[in-house]
Design a protein around this ligand. Structure first.
Ligand code: SAM
Length: 247
């Protein structure tokens, strides 16, 4: 099955991705919980624990959608600040799609975060200005992934850290077959029932299959100039967390 992404221009691809998320924005959080049985919350919480947020830090969360990672980062840094003092941490949530940002703002409030509509491949920020860059379930939707990785490297201060949480590939063929059966059959049907839009969820499932395997994606992060790149599989590789440092 193909969503027709192969034979179209880069501009058209970006516009189609925007259309997918415009269509699902208002039900986005609900669908995440339904599709993953809530497990995405554990993956995100592990990601935040690995980042070890500190008071006074500035996070840039790209393709941040409704703001899960930014909210959790700032809350965790605040817990540390209550014990040890310091300045509050801050976070900027950026997304190419204003409907996703607005869904987050309207349904869950702004939580004191900075919200900005921006393409991950053309970040409107100066060099070396943030301590941490995150992108969670967003990179596979970016049409020019190497360009986005270079932008993440550019805006990080020396010593800054990068974390990318994304759906990935299972460790064994048998597990992959079981996961494919679930994702190709159940997720588009669930999307149809909850959002009325089966095609967007068909696209999401296909985009997971097309995304590079863990090792290949780690190489892409290294090519963008990151050091000490590594990855951790979650739930047998359903998702993977890649991390790297700007040194
Ligand atoms: N980070 C959130 C999370 O973990 O729940 C949202 C992830 S959602 C699956 C993917 C997001 O990527 C969408 O909000 C979409 O608009 C955004 N996106 C796609 N292409 C993008 C790009 N080139 N630059 C910035 N955001 C992009």
């Amino acid at each position: 099955v193909s969503f027709g992404f192969e034979d179209v221009s880069e501009e058209e691809k970006v516009s189609r991705v925007k259309g997918v998320f415009r269509s699902v924005a208002s039900k986005y959080d609900l669908m995440n919980d339904l599709m993953s049985g809530g497990i995405h919350r554990i993956w995100k919480s592990n990601t935040i624990a690995r980042l070890n947020p500190q008071p006074g830090e500035l996070l840039l969360d790209c393709a941040g959608g409704t703001g899960d990672i930014a909210r959790a980062f700032v809350a965790k840094a605040e817990e540390v600040r209550q014990r040890r003092g310091g300045e509050p941490a801050m976070a900027i949530v950026t997304d190419i799609n204003d409907d996703m940002l607005l869904a987050g703002l309207e349904q869950r409030g702004d939580d004191g975060l900075i919200w900005a509509c921006a393409d991950a491949t053309k970040l409107p920020f100066p060099d070396k200005c943030v301590d941490v860059v995150t992108i969670s379930f967003g990179i596979r939707n970016v049409v020019d992934i190497p360009a986005a990785l270079r932008e993440f490297r550019r805006v990080l201060k020396p010593g800054g850290r990068f974390a990318c949480l994304e759906f990935s590939h299972m460790a064994t063929k048998e597990m992959q077959a079981a996961y494919d059966a679930y994702s190709f059959n159940v997720i588009p049907q669930l999307g149809k029932i909850v959002t009325g839009d089966k095609d967007s969820y068909q696209y999401l499932v296909e985009s997971i299959r097309r995304f590079p395997k863990q090792e290949k994606f780690a190489d892409m992060i290294k090519e963008a100039g990151f050091s000490k790149v590594s990855f951790t599989n979650y739930t047998g590789g359903v998702a993977a967390l890649h991390t790297g440092w700007a040194i």
